[in-house]
Design a protein around this ligand. Structure first.
Ligand SMILES: Nc1ncnc2c1ncn2[C@@H]1O[C@H](COP(=O)(O)OP(=O)(O)O)[C@@H](O)[C@H]1O
Ligand SMILES: [Mg+2]
Length: 264
C-alpha cells in the first residue's frame, strides 16, 4: 500500500468524560516534516497517539488514501513507525542486538535472519551508528539512544514515521543532527510527524500544527505562524495565546484559508 494521503477528519478524543482533542481536521503530507506544537498538556501526544492507532478516536476518523485506519489496522501499521517519548529499548542490550531482537519480535517478513542483518546494516549506517554497534545501549549518549529508538522503527522502512518529542533532552547540536536525519527521510518521500513544545528552529519543518487545550489553533507554514498570531516572533506565540481567549484564536483560525485547506 502506497500512502498518498493521511488525514484526520473531525477527530475528537476523550479520556473518560474529559475531552482531550476537539474536532481536529488535518492533513499530513508525504515528503514533509510536520511539527505539532503546543504547551505542555495541550494534547500533542494524544493527537499523535490517535494518528499512530495507539488510541482510537472517540469521534471522527483518520484515513489513509480515504480509508479509515481502523478498518484495516494491520495494513496501516505495517507502514507506520511510532517512536514514543521514552526509551523502549532495554539498556543492557548491545545496539546491534537491540535492533535484532526488535526485528525478530515485530516483523514477520524478516523470517530469514540474513534479510534482517542486511536491514540492520542499512539502518545503522543511515543513523550514523555503525561505530556504536557493539556498545551497550546504556553506555550511549541521549542523542545516540534516541537514534537507536528511531532505528527500531526504521527496520521496516515505514512510510509514516511519528515521533513524540524526539528532541527533548538533546543538546542543540545533536538536535540539529536529528533534524537532518529526519529531513533526509522526508526527502526520500516519507511522511514525518513529530511533536515539540519548543518554538525554536521552526523553519526546519514544512508545516506546523499548533494545539492548545486540545483545539487546533493553527495549521500552516512556519513563516506565517507569527503573523497569524499578530506577533513579531514565534517565541511570542504562547504569550499571545494567553492574551486572548482560546475561543477567539480558534475562530480566527477556523475562518482562515489555512483551516479551509485542512478541511478540503
Ligand atoms: N491516560 C490518561 N488519562 C487521563 N488523562 C490523560 C491521560 N493521558 C493524558 N491525559 C491528559 O490529557 C491532556 C493532554 O495530554 P497530552 O496529550 O499528553 O499533552 P501534551 O503531549 O501536549 O503534553 C492532559 O490534560 C493530560 O493530563
Ligand atoms: Mg506529550
Amino acid at each position: 500500500m502506497r500512502i498518498r494521503s493521511l488525514r484526520m477528519e473531525a477527530v475528537s478524543f476523550w479520556y473518560g468524560r474529559t475531552q482531550i482533542l476537539q474536532n481536529a481536521n488535518l492533513h499530513f503530507n508525504s515528503g514533509e516534516i510536520t511539527a505539532i506544537l503546543g504547551p505542555s498538556g495541550s494534547g500533542k501526544s494524544t493527537l499523535i497517539k490517535c494518528l499512530s492507532t495507539v488510541l482510537k478516536p472517540g469521534e471522527g476518523k483518520i484515513t489513509a488514501n480515504g480509508k479509515n485506519l481502523w478498518d484495516d489496522l494491520n495494513a496501516f501499521r505495517l507502514q507506520l513507525g511510532y517512536v514514543p517519548q521514552d526509551d523502549v529499548i532495554h539498556r543492557q542490550l548491545k545496539v546491534e542486538d537491540a535492533l535484532y531482537y526488535s526485528g525478530r519480535l515485530r516483523l514477520r517478513n524478516f523470517d530469514q535472519g540474513s534479510v534482517l542483518s542486511a536491514r540492520i546494516d542499512t539502518v545503522l549506517a543511515g543513523l550514523g551508528l555503525e561505530e556504536r554497534r557493539y556498545l551497550r545501549v546504556r553506555s550511549l549518549s541521549g542523542g545516540q539512544r534516541k537514534r537507536v529508538n528511531i532505528g527500531v522503527e526504521l527496520l521496516s522502512d515505514p512510510q509514516v514515521l511519528v515521533l513524540d518529542e524526539p528532541a527533548s533532552g538533546l543538546d542543540p547540536a545533536i538536535e540539529e543532527d536529528l533534524v537532518k536525519l529526519l529531513r533526509r527521510m522526508a526527502d526520500a518521500g516519507r511522511n514525518i510527524i513529530l511533536t515539540t513544545h519548543s518554538m525554536e528552529r521552526l523553519n526546519d519543518y514544512n508545516k506546523l500544527i499548533l494545539v492548545a487545550a486540545g483545539r487546533v489553533m493553527y495549521a500552516g507554514p512556519p513563516d506565517k505562524l507569527a503573523e497569524h498570531f499578530e506577533v513579531k516572533d514565534p517565541s511570542d506565540v504562547y504569550r499571545a495565546l494567553r492574551d486572548r481567549s482560546l475561543d477567539e484564536w480558534e475562530s480566527r483560525y477556523r475562518s482562515s484559508t489555512y483551516a479551509v485547506e485542512e478541511e478540503s
